[in-house]
Design a protein around this ligand. Structure first.
Ligand code: ZN
Length: 369
């Protein structure tokens, strides 16, 4: 008789939704078939001895930009998903920025074909929803995207190809985009930063000769995000959409999300490790290598964001993994406004969050232990 299971993982401490308990995990056909008591008999083709280790479910990273097929020197899907697997992430949700971007049903098919051969973990795709491709929203939903993404900012002039069909600047078209995605029933992720405000602030800083690292944070203060979040929540409320605020960085944005939920608006929110583990001072030290959008925040905002996470106002921590070449990030030493925004994160998400989660709820867990 063949063994009952393909794989058993024995001797470890299982981290479950109900706590950490000793036990054995049994796998059949790529799925968890049973969770057994520590000493239970279970015959399997392969056995892993996890004594002294914690056994966690694979993590889903909701926010990844391998951008494959794109600029392979930055990353391709094989190197990106290798980093994911090494970091304990077994599913990545890939954003639509690419060459060609995910902006139509045909593009969804092309990207899946391009990504499948290098995929070392499972993946899902966000579709792109912008002013230019409102008519392509329903088709992408039929083609299997898991959600949509809209940038509310113009892309960098040198990267128009990577962002085609992903951005919305026209206020009337933006409303149409939100309605079109709402009609699919899928979540609608928004990059919330008010472009007219940060562009005006950046022009002022540059006119004053400010191109240092901290000028990036000063050009995009929290109000840039908060006013954009407020607009998205109003649009979602009108359209009956499920808005998903990605890379939320301001604790006041989390309050806006809470208030909208109280009014019955469907909204979820994500933050990312840079907003929990770094402050804007990293920009002063590392310039372009600490540049991401929204920018890093003050120490007080970082502490407040941990509290919002502990209060359950933020639903998910994703990486916004966005690698660039060293020479691309190094341009920020000349002017911070010349470095591309984005930080890598696939390998560090799980270690960082599993070692620091108590920061989100210090009182409750101090009382528990
Ligand atoms: Zn992103």
């Amino acid at each position: 008789m063949p063994p009952s299971y393909d794989l058993v993982v024995r001797g470890g401490t299982l981290v479950t939704g109900r706590g950490a308990v000793p036990g054995t995990v049994a796998v059949r056909d790529g799925r968890v078939a049973a969770v057994l008591p520590p000493g239970a008999a279970a015959d399997a083709t392969d056995t892993v001895d996890a004594a002294g280790l914690h056994v966690l479910p694979g993590v889903i990273d909701t926010h990844v930009h391998t951008r494959h097929p794109g600029v392979p020197e930055r990353e391709d899907f094989e190197s990106g998903t290798t980093a994911a697997a090494a970091g304990g992430i077994t599913t990545v949700l890939e954003m639509p920025i690419s060459m060609v971007p995910t902006n139509s049903a045909a593009a969804v098919g092309r990207r899946v074909s391009a990504m499948q051969p290098g995929a070392l973990v499972d993946f899902g795709l966000y579709g792109g929803a912008g002013d230019e491709n409102v008519d392509e929203v329903a088709g992408q939903a039929d083609a299997g995207v898991v959600a949509f993404k809209t940038f509310l900012q113009p892309p960098p002039p040198a990267r128009l190809d990577e962002f085609a069909g992903l951005w919305s600047l026209d206020p009337a078209a933006r409303r149409d985009v939100v309605r079109a995605v709402a009609a699919t029933g899928l979540p609608h992720a928004f990059h919330c930063e008010q472009a007219p405000l940060y562009l005006a602030l950046q022009r002022r800083l540059e006119a004053a000769g400010r191109t240092d690292g901290l000028a990036h944070a000063e050009s995009r203060p929290p109000i840039v995000e908060e006013t954009s979040v407020a607009e998205v929540l109003a649009l979602a409320a009108e359209a009956g959409a499920h808005a998903h605020v990605v890379h939320l960085s301001s604790p006041r944005s989390a309050d806006l999300v809470r208030d909208a939920r109280a009014r019955g608006v469907r909204v979820t929110a994500e933050t990312c490790p840079p907003y929990l583990f770094l402050t804007e001072q990293a920009l002063a030290v590392h310039a372009g290598f600490a540049e991401c959008n929204p920018p890093l925040r003050s120490a007080a905002d970082v502490e407040a964001l941990w509290r919002k996470l502990g209060e359950g106002l933020i639903d998910v921590v994703g990486t916004d993994h966005s690698p660039f070449l060293e020479e691309e990030k190094a341009r920020g030493a000349g002017s911070i406004f010349l470095a591309p925004p984005g930080l890598a994160g696939l390998e560090v998400l799980v270690p960082l969050m599993s070692s620091s989660w108590r920061r989100s709820a210090p009182r409750r867990h101090a009382a528990d232990s």
